[in-house]
Design a protein around this ligand. Structure first.
Ligand code: AMP
Length: 116
């Protein structure tokens, strides 16, 4: 069992980060170091470290992350102009927090998909 990260404390509101959304499966809050005008993180309530650790029993949760991202994009007023969803995995993917999270980025014209 890989240790919990700060995201579990945010989900349980042991750290008082304002939540944009929470239900039985996922939680969303703003990234502390935004890379775009809108930068929201959508995370499963259960601790899943990386995409490599996702199992079939997580399929509902992973799908919920997408539908919540869609709703938040609309709430932020960026759905029509567009946005980007990113999940980083492990070192080469640039993952820093080992609790799966989907980045919702938008509110401006985003640069090229990859900066290598
Ligand atoms: P990743 O590189 O995909 O693991 O992204 C981790 C993201 O978590 C980064 O964009 C960080 O800015 C963000 N982050 C780290 N700590 C916090 C926090 N306490 N509240 C909100 N976002 C955080």
């Amino acid at each position: 069992m890989i240790e919990e990260t700060i995201f579990s404390k945010i989900i349980r509101q042991e750290i008082p980060t304002p939540l944009l959304y929470q239900d039985d499966l996922v939680t969303a809050f703003r990234d502390i170091a935004p890379r775009a005008s809108t930068h929201i993180l959508i995370v499963p309530n259960n601790h899943i470290a990386t995409v490599n650790d996702v199992s079939e029993s997580d399929e509902l949760t992973m799908g919920r992350m997408i539908t919540v991202a869609k709703k938040l994009a609309k709430a932020e007023g960026i759905d029509e102009h567009g946005y980007r969803l990113i999940i980083n995995c492990n070192e080469d993917g640039g993952q820093e927090v080992f609790h799966i999270h989907m980045h919702l980025l938008g509110g401006q014209r985003l640069g090229p998909m990859l900066a290598l």
